[in-house]
Design a protein. Structure first.
Length: 287
């Protein structure tokens, strides 16, 4: 047992993942603050007549903290809560939320509504009384998204120019997905319906197909020419979509785009520490 403990201790003191030093925030608890302790606060965020549910993982300290909002994918089985916890240890507020009609948030699920809900979350965090209560540094809010949540992030960042940065994790271009042959698209939706209310695989496929052109990443490119971006891709078939997005944004003049590919699956199942450390290190470069 002592040998195992020593091995873990040695790893914690000199952790390296894929040749990359792991920031201490990944594996070391920060000092406790008795007066202003770290906390987890449940949120009820107004969005188009409903109150969607969310959580903010807040670090210790009285001062406002930089904040990252994490948009989950379709349906959201992977919510990246380990990432949220790592970001809190690194001194960031980490906000997670569930779109209308998903995972207990009221309403019926719709792709177009996901975009509205992301806007609603950002507006909620910017509202002065909420920002003060939750310790939000409104000048340093980053939007992140995994898979379909990456699409939400891309489309939202294209018109919200107050963001300090954007993080994409295996982002999926819902416009490209909507161009699939209908039977295959229905099957794809049928495999991704856990926790969703008010939809069928057919209705989800129809919405995506009918809005395929409007949902394309390409529509967002002009609005992303000035936002710092970290774009992470994996061996899940989506890398060509984000590669094309990166090239298009760079062609618009954005030189603050960092793209990294990892040999892992869509959920980054065996690269979680790498994922967390890469994002934390990139966030530390933001002004």
């Amino acid at each position: 047992m002592r040998a195992l403990y020593f091995a873990v201790l040695v790893f914690a003191c000199s952790a390296v993942v894929s040749g990359q030093s792991v920031p201490p925030a990944i594996y070391t608890d920060p000092p406790a603050d008795v007066k202003h302790p770290a906390a987890m606060t449940v949120l009820h965020i107004p969005s188009h007549g409903q109150l969607i549910n969310g959580v903010v993982y807040a670090p210790a300290g009285a001062e406002p903290h930089p904040t990252i909002v994490i948009c989950h994918g379709l349906p959201g089985n992977e919510k990246n809560l380990d990432l949220a916890q790592a970001l809190r240890r690194a001194g960031w507020n980490a906000v997670t939320f569930n779109y209308r009609g998903s995972w207990g948030s009221p309403g019926s699920y719709r792709f177009a509504q996901n975009l509205e809900d992301a806007d609603a979350v950002l507006a909620y965090l910017h509202e002065p009384s909420n920002a003060a209560r939750l310790g939000i540094d409104t000048k340093h809010i980053v939007l992140a998204g995994h898979s379909m949540g990456g699409w939400v992030t891309v489309m939202t960042a294209a018109h919200d120019h107050g963001l300090a940065g954007v993080v994409l994790i295996s982002a999926a271009d819902m416009g490209q997905l909507g161009k699939m042959e209908h039977t295959k698209l229905v099957a794809e939706m049928a495999d991704n319906m856990e926790g969703l209310a008010g939809v069928t695989a057919e209705s989800m496929a129809n919405e995506d197909a009918q809005n395929a052109k409007a949902f394309e990443f390409a529509n967002a490119v002009p609005g992303l020419k000035d936002v710092p971006m970290l774009v992470l891709s994996a061996n899940d078939g989506l890398a060509p979509q984000t590669d094309a997005l990166v090239h298009a944004i760079q062609a618009e003049g954005n030189r603050n785009v960092k793209a990294i590919h990892a040999e892992t699956d869509h959920g980054w199942s065996d690269h979680r520490i790498f994922l967390e450390s890469t994002i934390i290190e990139w966030l530390s470069t933001l002004k």
